[in-house]
Design a binder for this molecule. Sequence first.
Ligand code: NDP
Length: 237
Amino acid sequence: MTTQRTVLVTGGNRGIGRAIAEAFLADGHRVAVTSRSGEGGPAGALTVAADVTNAESIDKAFAEVEAAYGPVEVLVANAGITKDTLLLRMTEQDFEDVIDTNLTGAFRVIKRATKGLLRNKWGRVVLISSVVGLYGSPGQINYAASKSGLVGIARSLTRELGSRNITANVVAPGFIETEMTAVLPEATQEQYKSSIPAGRFGQVEEIAKAVTWLASDDAAYISGAVIPVDGGLGMGH
Ligand code: NDP
């Protein structure tokens, strides 16, 4: 039987994060999600407010989750944004905003979770990166930098905490049908599809399956890995 864990998914009110939260709920775990409004998580999950650009708000969210469900045992750092534009038009602010949310945001939540994971002598950290982090993408220098940075975090975390029953892995989704990709022009979507060996965009549930597996006891010996879930787009990571 699977051990019931306390799971926290950042940005679990919509898109990929929501599907991840739903998959953990379906497996019987205690699930909390963050959203910026503090509302909108799936039924059965505790929704708490957190902005990952603000350490104080993260601390408050963790305290609420701990009070309700005990220490976080599985952390999924999923919250992310894009601010796409070609390099010559990209402002320093565009770059910093994306790094602050996607990369420093992950650092903040992982740092807050780590004391509890160490005390617990068991833990799972899953970072939601992107095929773009290692493949690159025009107009996404800020986003690609933030997403490849997550690999460095997972691998360093593995070296720091690997002997304590704590694993840290990266899931690198390809193009997944969510609000983030719905804004792409039709022609761009078709162009992307033609370069994906699977010939289609992925579904949020396909990401969620990889994440729940990495968090399970079956994946205890997998750490510092980058698991692509991208229909073959980024082969060679
Ligand atoms: P969505 O845009 O649908 O959702 C983004 C989530 O992140 C929301 O829950 C949002 O919360 C949260 N979020 C954004 N900024 C902050 C912040 N400052 N503090 C706290 N939460 C924040 O994105 P997806 O579901 O598509 O993407 C989820 C993750 O997967 C992201 O990291 C993304 O980069 C990655 N990804 C997505 C791909 C795709 O094709 N969709 C492909 C590869 C990777 P709120 O609702 O409160 O704004």
